[in-house]
Design a protein around this ligand. Structure first.
Ligand code: GDP
Length: 434
């Protein structure tokens, strides 16, 4: 999917535009209990094309002077986006900060679309001409508050999307990514994997932007580690800001089959770990929890059990995710990781036979009667798997309202008992039979 970033001075109207483009999507996401997504990155749609949009203004910079903030925003946009929307305040004209940003954007050679905001009525449109001086071609007059001019501007944005940007996914290649707090050991683990496995390592030039994926082959199985360049590239101030690392994680998750959620054994579980893991879960990807730096812990059986108990308590929604304890530094237990990734991936795309599935469901119902609501009882007629990645099941019932959450959970557990779905979330939808 293409990525669009909005840059511009504070108060120029970036978030207003972001919220308009994202529309109801964000509020839908925020209404779902559990993890709340940051309001800086979301999916948007125009002319039947979905793309991701970043509001660089939402990434907090640590007490930086305006000009530095602007530079950092521009750098993030250049790093991350296929197309950049450069927002300006039509009523104020071109400021020194605008010129600074323009210089950076110009050097990057990324497509830039000028959005001149606060042009609330047609008479003001004349005012956009001065913005030709920035050298990015036609400026588009818009009004964020009134929602004017957005269509023309978006036509221009979409016109710059690279065609067929995604590389053809080879059928059986397993794409995985490593996510976790800064310093949890993501880069160390990637390096350890690449060294240890004596694999054929080749860097695939990023399909877009600066992302560099690394190909890895082990026992006749191809893997791609997503965005390893992002892990190696170091030292930029903005990389350490929390929202930016979340943004990176979201981008990597999106392209993954399997997500490795890294936890630091030395520091233990932190709030940020839960948030990051929540994103992977929400996205429906296969998940393996990796406890890194296990060399720093007295690694007897009991320590492992205790740590596992903690993880299960903190990440209840990830009860399906296997846990691997290892050390990227000493390479202890490192060899257990890749087989686990492979297993999670297989289960993520597993299809089960309809007749076996229905036997399982009917046995479950015989064991634990269906719930009732106001004197009416749920009747389950038939179940079928409708999708993989993650495995998704439709259960046809007399009335979906009667499907209580806890009963759905019970059916999920029965399905999990019957088939091996370790490492993958599964989804169950109750539908009224036509
Ligand atoms: P990233 O920010 O998640 O990519 O983390 P890094 O890979 O840069 O690692 C952060 C720090 O943790 C570095 O100083 C590493 O040497 C250290 N580190 C990484 N893995 C391990 C490990 O398994 N054991 C120990 N003791 N230290 C580790």
């Amino acid at each position: 999917k293409s990525v669009v970033a909005i840059v511009g001075r504070p108060n120029v109207g970036k978030s207003t535009i972001f919220n308009r483009l994202v529309g109801e999507r964000i509020s839908i996401v925020e209404d779902t209990p559990g993890v709340t997504r940051d309001r800086i990155y979301s999916e948007a749609e125009w002319l039947n094309q979905t793309f991701n949009i970043i509001d660089t203004g939402g990434i907090e910079m640590v007490d930086e002077p305006l000009l530095n903030q602007m530079r950092q925003q521009a750098e993030i946009a250049i790093d991350e986006a296929d197309v950049i929307i450069f927002m300006l305040n039509g009523r104020e004209g071109i400021t020194a900060a605008d010129e600074e940003v323009a210089k950076l954007l110009f050097k990057s050679n990324k497509p830039v679309v000028l959005a001149v905001n606060k042009m609330d009525n047609p008479e003001m449109r004349e005012m956009v001409y001065e913005f030709y001086a920035l050298g990015f071609g036609q400026p588009f007059p818009i009004s964020g508050t009134h929602g004017l001019g957005l269509g023309d501007m978006l036509d221009e944005v979409v016109a710059h999307f690279p065609e067929n940007e995604e590389t053809e996914k080879e059928d059986d290649t397993i794409y995985f990514s490593l996510i976790g707090r800064p310093n949890v050991g993501k880069s160390s683990l990637v390096n350890a994997l690449l060294n240890e496995n004596r694999v054929i390592v080749s860097e695939i030039e990023g399909t877009t932007r600066d992302a560099i994926d690394t190909k890895l082959r082990k026992d006749d199985q191809d893997f791609v580690i997503i965005d390893t360049a992002g892990m190696r590239k170091r030292g930029k101030v903005y990389e350490s800001t929390e929202k930016y690392s979340v943004l990176r994680a979201l981008r990597a998750i999106e392209r993954s089959d399997v997500v490795l959620v890294l936890i630091d054994a030395e520091t233990g579980i932190r709030e940020q770990d839960k948030k990051i893991a929540g994103y992977a879960h929400e996205a429906g990807r296969a998940i393996v929890i990796v406890v890194n730096k296990w060399d720093t812990v007295d690694s007897d059986e009991k320590a492992m059990k205790d740590f596992e108990t903690k993880i299960r308590a903190h990440f209840q929604y990830l009860d399906y995710a296997p846990i691997v304890f290892l050390s990227a530094k000493t390479k202890k237990r490192l060899h257990t990781l890749i087989p686990m990734v492979q297993l999670a991936s297989e289960n993520h795309s597993k299809r089960v036979q309809t007749n076996v599935l229905n036997d399982v469901i009917m046995d479950a119902i015989a064991m634990n009667p269906t719930p009732t609501l106001k004197g009416r009882r749920l009747k389950v007629l038939y179940a079928t798997q409708v999708a993989v990645k993650p495995p998704s099941f439709v259960v046809f019932v007399n009335d979906p309202e009667l499907m209580h959450f806890s009963y759905e959970r019970f059916l999920e557990n029965k399905i999990r008992d019957a088939f091996d779905f370790a490492g993958t979330p599964i989804k169950i939808f109750a539908r009224r039979r036509q």
